[in-house]
Design a protein around this ligand. Structure first.
Ligand code: IDC
Length: 459
């Protein structure tokens, strides 16, 4: 197998958990800025600054100025607009978070290269006096140190190894940002003959995919009808992905009903079993709720905070992806937005949020929301189609390319619906392909399949 240098950006940051340390605080009755180190590693750290309005009236804007010692620089920041002058970094609102109500707070984050902590801090021009911790955070966890060498060829998993969330991105075990690209199965209950050794060889070696999303419906004849049978089928596909060096995204495909809590007990059982069996593998990512709908973000978050500990008990550092409100539209399809997640994120580390789109249905307003959200929270497009949200209809080539450009620019991974021969426009193969076993090359592809195969082979 050739390939895979494509997944690497040279950015050398990797993350080891460290406890937070508050550095600056002003007395009550003022705007305050609190600096916390949320992650640190040998040659850098992730900082978070919380700006609190401790006055009795709203403030319309804010400005935080941090001075860093020689040898430490900030390359990336989110939830803020950053400007640099010499060793002073000025952080102002990102746009939507300028106003802070009385007694409320907002926060922003950044990645520092170098271990020096800020030597001075101003908030709205006034000194952030208070305690200034002189030294780097003391309690770095025992996570393995990132290796500096990364294989330049091999399978996606050989090149990238263990994944972890780094700031708003996904990183490989060498500290580089990774954008994983691949395909989603259709419902396993309907298309088992599409996921064979032959079809997955083609996905790995002919399509050059990085990722197989394993979509296990819960209703509609799925998991609820035969829990042990579907668990075994998912595990079998995890093994097939592993054998080919692909990442395996295990999708608990709730859809109707849209409240994931309806399936909470099933989710706990399923993820307990799958995470216990696969804990030692580097390539398994857990997507715990495909498309919540008709349910509030608070209820989704509640579900996530009950399911994630079940996974963590077996596999403490696996990446977990949480579905978002409105069919994983970041809330947009139900008249909301990503702000409800940004202001109330899931209380767990190594978590990303799912965004789904169908190119012929979801246009500029959805792209704008993804761009806005990606500045603050880690996103993964765990499902998208080139057609309408029905899964059928004509391929929207222009819309699909607009999405690819955005996702590539933001380094957001994606999985296409579907690697199947369903009689619908979103399927990659023509009907009858799976039973015939004719997966390789271009002869069996639909227009959508050809678009995706070209895209994955080219990147
Ligand atoms: C669709 C399938 C279709 C099936 C239907 C109901 O393509 O064959 O009959 O589900 O199960 C989603 C869902 C995904 C949908 C897909 C297309 O995650 O299950 O698959 N879609 O409608 N969200 C937006 C679109």
């Amino acid at each position: 197998m050739k390939r895979r240098a494509k997944l690497i950006l040279a950015t050398a940051f990797a993350v080891a958990l460290a406890s937070g340390t508050a550095f600056f605080a002003l007395p009550a009755g003022a705007e305050t800025a609190t600096f916390t180190v949320s992650n640190s590693w040998s040659n850098g750290y992730q900082g978070q600054v919380t700006v609190t309005n401790d006055t009795s009236s709203a403030i319309n804007t804010w400005k935080v100025e941090l001075t860093l010692p020689a040898g430490t620089t900030v390359g990336q920041a989110w939830n803020t607009t950053m400007t640099v002058s010499g060793s002073t970094y000025t952080f102002t609102p990102a746009g939507w978070n300028a106003t802070i109500a009385a007694g409320s707070a907002t926060n922003f984050g950044f990645i520092a290269s170098g271990s020096g902590r800020p030597t001075s801090c101003l908030v709205n021009g006034k000194s952030c006096t208070g305690t200034v911790s002189p030294s780097p955070s003391a309690s770095v966890s025992s996570s393995p140190s990132p290796s500096t060498s990364q294989p330049s060829s091999g399978t996606p998993v050989e090149v990238n190894g263990n994944l972890r969330v780094c700031g708003t991105k996904l990183c490989n075990e060498h500290g580089g940002v990774v954008q994983l690209k691949g395909m989603s199965t259709h419902g396993l209950q309907w298309f088992p003959s599409c996921y064979t050794d032959a079809s997955l060889d083609v996905l790995a070696n002919d399509w050059n995919a990085d990722l197989l999303r394993i979509s296990m419906y819960v209703q509609e004849g799925g998991y609820e009808t035969n829990p042990s049978g579907f668990t075994a089928q998912v595990n079998n596909l995890v093994d097939k992905a592993t054998a080919r060096g692909l990442y395996a995204l295990v999708d608990f495909h709730i859809l109707t009903p849209g409240d994931p809590n309806y399936n909470l007990d099933r989710a706990k059982t399923f993820f307990r079993e799958v995470s216990a069996r696969n804990a030692a593998k580097k390539n398994v990512i857990y997507e715990i709720a495909n498309e919540p709908n008709g349910v509030s973000w608070a209820q989704i978050k509640n579900y996530a905070e009950q399911v994630i500990p079940v996974i963590r008990a077996n596999d403490p550092d696996a990446v977990v992806i949480v579905g978002s409100r409105g069919w994983s539209s970041l809330g947009v399809s139900e008249g909301s937005s990503s702000s409800e997640i940004v202001s109330n994120p899931v209380n767990a580390s190594n978590v990303m949020y799912a965004f789904h789109y169908y190119a012929a249905s979801h246009k500029d307003n959805y792209r704008a929301e993804v761009e806005r959200a990606a500045a603050s929270i880690p996103l993964f497009v765990t499902e998208f189609g080139t057609v309408t949200y029905t899964g059928d209809g004509a391929v929207d080539v222009a819309g699909s390319n607009a999405w690819f450009d955005l996702l590539d620019r933001l380094k957001i991974g994606y999985a296409n619906w579907t690697y199947s021969d369903a009689s619908e426009g979103s399927a990659a193969f023509k009907p009858g392909t799976c039973n015939a076993g004719a997966f390789a090359g271009t002869g069996s592809l639909t227009e959508s399949g050809a678009l995706l195969r070209n895209r994955l082979r080219a990147s």
